[in-house]
Design a protein. Structure first.
Length: 229
């Protein structure tokens, strides 16, 4: 009897095997409502191409052209400011939404809304009214945008003969006006209701227009050739 009781106790003490737990499937968390959307990815090949080419090939050639010996003294790109004015926004703020969306598609960066700095009674504009949107590009986004502007967008302008050479401000900065956003391939023609122009200001470290012109020319800006007299 004692031997049988010992066997029963041994069986009772044996651990009970638990069924194997099923591994939880990994589910990607959905973004929270109101969360900011991720920025569009850069075309790294384009940005690397222009930046690498400038510091590797263009800057030495630019220094030789300008008679400079110190690489730090060579002019370089600092930032690019793209400003899109929407005058109709003073009457209907919703008109600004497509402009903001299109500028974001063109630049790969979220624009900021620009507002009137002072009231203008003749145009029924009050201080603080939304009048457009703008983007400031630096670093890789700046190089990537300029690469597409010079090699893709500008050649799509009808009867394009080059950009003006006299649009410098005397301090080494260059402003280019575009009449149509459709020259950028990122814009879907079927979804555009109105043509929108924009001003593109290229800010450089050049101390004068001559050096700035040489910089833009060497990176590939297609300046208009002077007409033969």
């Amino acid at each position: 009897m004692a031997a049988k009781e010992v066997k029963k106790d041994a069986k009772a003490k044996q651990p009970v095997k638990q069924p194997a737990k099923k591994a939880k499937a990994e589910v990607a968390e959905a973004p929270e409502p109101g969360a900011k959307p991720s920025r569009p990815k850069l075309n790294n090949s384009a940005s690397a191409r222009l930046r690498t080419k400038y510091f590797g090939e263009m800057r030495p050639a630019l220094m030789k052209e300008l008679g400079l010996t110190n690489p730090m003294a060579a002019p370089k790109l600092e930032k690019v400011v793209i400003n899109m004015g929407v005058g109709e926004a003073t009457q209907n703020a919703k008109v600004l939404d497509p402009a903001v969306a299109e500028l974001a598609q063109i630049t790969g960066q979220k624009p900021v809304v620009t507002r009137a700095k002072k009231s203008i009674a003749a145009f029924k504009v009050r201080e603080g009214m939304p009048i457009g949107c703008m983007v400031t590009l630096r670093g890789d986004r700046m190089y990537e945008f300029l690469d597409r502007l010079m090699n893709v967008a500008l050649p799509r302008v009808r009867d394009f003969r080059g950009v003006p050479t006299r649009s410098f401000d005397g301090r080494g900065n260059y402003t280019l006006g575009l009449r149509d956003q459709l020259i950028f391939p990122e814009i879907d023609y079927s979804k555009v209701e109105h043509q929108k122009g924009m001003n593109i200001t290229i800010v450089t470290t050049a101390t004068n227009d001559e050096h700035a012109r040489a910089l833009l020319k060497i990176i590939g800006m297609p300046f208009r050739k002077p007409e033969a007299s």
